[in-house]
Design a protein around this ligand. Structure first.
Ligand SMILES: Nc1ncnc2c1ncn2[C@@H]1O[C@H](COP(=O)(O)OP(=O)(O)OP(=O)(O)O)[C@@H](O)[C@H]1O
Ligand SMILES: [Mg+2]
Length: 570
């Protein structure tokens, strides 16, 4: 594709595209400024989700409500496991911690609350993925957990299912205070509102991820009294205060907004938190979040009792982040890793395409037209490039939308919704969307720019390509490569080799000698045998805890809750 007179440009030279739609692609959508400025949000948008309203007369379990069931378990947000789930479930699991967990074989045998079991069926989860098979019993045993498993392998369920299930049995007793008011008077948060006292605290690095985890929590809390609530930056503080004042059992938050509300003890108390869960933990343990995470872990009125369980999850866990993670864990924590730390799976077909910088725009256009129309995410390295590329492709009548951190939160959410519901199936974005985001049928991820070593390197690459081929589905990740990307070339080549992907001629020089696959983050001597614990008793020590003497001072990329590196920093 280095040829500057590419197919796309030739097509452009001969076709007037101003009134033509590309075959197969939906009509592009203009941004709806009327809806943007309207007071009321669409039902289903963040903060306006369709949710199960608990009534005290329900007793322990609420009735099924078809409309709510449909909204929660069908439609845009539902992902079904693909045919290649075995490629995820067959990855070997390693336990490198003082305790050994016996995995569960099925959800039915996991000792789950019956309502949770039904919700799992409604979510169409047939069997636990490896990270779930190990985390369910570990969490039921009350252990702190660090878990590292591939993108799209069900880590969210691995922490939501057991924690919510445990609380469901005691929801009547344990649930946080709710406002008490006479039904004849209208609810007024200032008069009737209560202080939110969550039992579960979940922290995620980006607003969109926090919103998504909240959606998942709403699913698993269906028909129970448990009430999830989400708070994040960029959304009016008053609305979120009012939301918290309705009572909250599970709080999902970005770190900045959480620290803000921690200073308002009349609105939020963390004194009753039993589970603190940190998603995308390696990112959250990076310098960019250090001070906020310290406040969350050590300050305020947090529950300092020994029954407070801590958990950390990610698909990548560089050594330095692991070392920090273990400092937050009790001595008998469980550390579960599925395959090599930071590895991916073979359901993603990874392709490298040599593309000179000045040919990238036409090359991406060619690429989009050379495939059947399908949900596609295009990653670029700067906010400015998001704007430029969105304009360029939109003007060529492609149905694009885009997200970056200079957009208002409302624009960010609207763009992601249009992408999820297929109205705008091409999303152009920066790394702000690289972690955790789970959208069904993303068939293609394009790295228009590869991440540089200084700005995430192979870790960022792993998360980006992991937006496709989730939970046993398959997908393609195409990366434009040129001389500017030579810094990431050696590790990228090993990564391709590890996943049995095609290695182009220009990357052959980076193939490791003797074909030996060793990654910087592999801990020498820590590679225990694949887990064979199904027959071994729980709690059995399995050797030394990993030690990390050679920890580099810098951690994974620094990215604030809503910010990306300034233009040109990548
Ligand atoms: N056991 C299961 N069976 C079927 N589907 C599942 C199962 N567990 C999770 N899923 C679905 O798989 C998708 C991916 O799960 P999830 O978002 O938790 O992945 P993840 O491991 O957190 O990925 P990432 O590293 O990208 O954050 C979700 O749509 C989820 O509902
Ligand atoms: Mg996740």
């Amino acid at each position: 594709m280095s040829d500057s007179t590419s197919q796309g440009e030739q097509a452009l030279a001969t076709l007037d595209l101003s009134d033509r739609q590309h075959p197969g692609w939906v009509e592009r959508q203009k941004y709806d400024y009327k809806a943007y400025t309207a007071e009321k949000r669409d039902p289903g948008s963040a903060g306006n989700e369709i949710r199960y309203e608990w009534k005290d007369e329900y007793g322990d379990v609420g009735p099924r409500i078809p409309a709510i069931e449909k909204a929660l378990f069908e439609g845009d947000s539902v992902m079904t496991a693909g045919d290649e789930l075995d490629k995820i479930t067959e990855i070997e699991v390693y336990q490198e911690s003082p305790v050994r967990i016996v995995p569960v074989q099925s959800f039915e045998d996991a000792g789950l609350h019956p309502v949770m079991l039904e919700n799992i069926k409604l979510a169409r989860y047939r069997r636990p993925t490896p990270v779930q098979a190990y985390c369910l019993p570990a969490i039921f045993q009350g252990r702190d957990v660090v878990a590292c498993a591939q993108t799209g392998s069900g880590k969210t369920g691995a922490f939501l299912i057991p924690t919510l299930s445990k609380l469901m049995g005691k929801a009547g007793k344990l649930c946080a205070k709710r406002p008490i008011f006479n039904n004849r008077t209208e609810y007024d948060p200032k008069v009737h509102g209560v202080c939110a006292e969550p039992l579960i605290l979940i922290i995620a690095p980006t607003r969109e991820l926090a919103i998504q985890i909240h959606q998942e929590a709403l699913k698993f809390c269906y028909r129970s009294k448990l009430l999830p609530c989400v708070i994040y930056g960029g959304h009016p503080e008053d609305d979120q205060r009012n939301e918290l004042r309705r009572g909250c059992d599970i709080l999902i938050s970005t770190p900045g907004r959480l620290c803000h509300f921690m200073l308002k003890p009349e609105v939020l108390s963390l004194a009753r938190v039993r589970y603190t869960i940190i998603d995308e933990a390696d990112e959250m343990l990076s310098e960019g979040f250090e001070s906020e995470l310290n406040k969350i872990m050590h300050q305020g009125d947090r529950n300092a009792d020994s029954d407070h369980v801590f958990m950390m999850f990610s698909a990548t866990f560089p050594k330095a982040a692991r070392k920090l993670a273990f400092q937050h864990m009790a001595n008998d924590y469980a550390f579960v890793r599925v395959g090599r730390i930071g590895s991916t799976h073979k359901n993603i077909t990874q392709r490298m395409v040599w593309t000179d910088e000045n040919a990238k725009k036409s090359a991406v256009y060619d690429l989009l037209l050379s495939h059947k129309p399908a949900r596609t995410i295009i990653f670029v390295n700067s906010k400015r490039m998001v704007d430029i590329l969105d304009d360029y492709l939109y003007n060529l009548r492609l149905p694009t939308t885009s997200v970056h951190s200079d957009r208002t939160q409302r624009e960010r959410e609207d763009a992601l919704r249009a992408f999820r519901n297929g109205k705008s199936p091409i999303l152009i974005t920066t790394g702000v969307t690289s972690r955790g985001i789970d959208v069904r049928n993303v068939m293609h991820v394009i790295n228009y720019d590869l991440p540089s070593l200084q700005h995430g390197g192979i870790t960022e690459y792993t998360h980006r390509i992991g937006r496709t081929a989730r939970i046993g589905n398959t997908g393609v990740a195409t990366s434009f490569y040129n001389d500017r990307n030579s810094d990431i070339a050696p590790v990228l080549t090993k990564f391709l080799l590890e996943n049995e992907q095609e290695i182009p001629e220009y990357l052959q020089q980076y193939l490791p000698e003797n074909g030996e696959l060793k990654f910087e983050d592999d801990e020498p001597g820590s590679e225990l045998a694949p887990d064979a614990s199904a027959s071994s008793p729980p709690d059995e020590p399995v050797g030394d805890i990993m030690t990390f003497d050679d920890v580099p001072p810098s951690l994974s990329p620094i990215r604030e809750e809503s910010e990306l590196p300034a233009e040109g920093e990548w």
